[in-house]
Design a protein around this ligand. Structure first.
Ligand code: FES
Length: 168
């Protein structure tokens, strides 16, 4: 069977959907483009809304339940609006044994944040991921998309403080 290109209208008139559409087009609207498309949405909008999931499902011809399952399984995608800055911590095994657990405690003590929460002023969101596929850099944290790894626990804390305060 020959794959056909699908033209589905995006959820709204936001021009940023063109970026997402370009990602899907580059992959010929194949179902294997799913993860990359979800990444593209997150990078462009900061989170993946329910409407976005339906749009991707229709565009790539994948059942919506499957798209939702993938989006939640990897724990890499924010399904709710996030703060201005996003701190993601890998808590996969390699990172956990190198101190990621202590950073989870630190985020609670220092900023009052549990994984998945945003500060009341909307400035900072704390996310955790199971394994971001960079175990050689463990412990890995991602500060607004910048991957930082191979730091000791105290160095990680210092880096987080510096990054948060930079914006004040
Ligand atoms: S466990 Fe953290 S990158 Fe793999």
């Amino acid at each position: 069977m020959v794959a056909t290109t699908r033209k589905v209208n995006p959820p709204d008139g936001d021009r940023r959907w063109k970026i997402v559409e370009a990602t899907m087009r580059r992959h010929g609207y194949a179902s294997t483009a799913l993860i990359e498309t979800l990444h593209s949405i997150q990078e462009t909008f900061g989170f993946v809304s329910r409407e976005a999931l339906n749009y991707v499902a229709e565009s790539l011809n994948i059942p919506p339940a499957k798209v939702f399952g993938v989006a939640t399984f990897y724990n890499l995608f924010n399904l709710n609006p996030v703060g201005e800055h996003v701190f993601s911590l890998c808590t996969g095994t390699a990172c956990y044994v190198k101190g990621a657990g202590e950073i989870v405690d630190f985020m609670k003590e220092e900023f009052g944040l549990e994984p998945g929460q945003t500060t009341p002023d909307g400035k900072l969101t704390f996310m955790v991921a199971r394994c971001v596929g960079a175990c050689g850099l463990a412990p890995v944290m991602i500060l607004d998309g910048e991957v930082v790894g191979k730091l000791g626990v105290e160095e990680m804390k210092a880096k987080i403080r510096e990054w948060v305060n930079h914006d004040k």
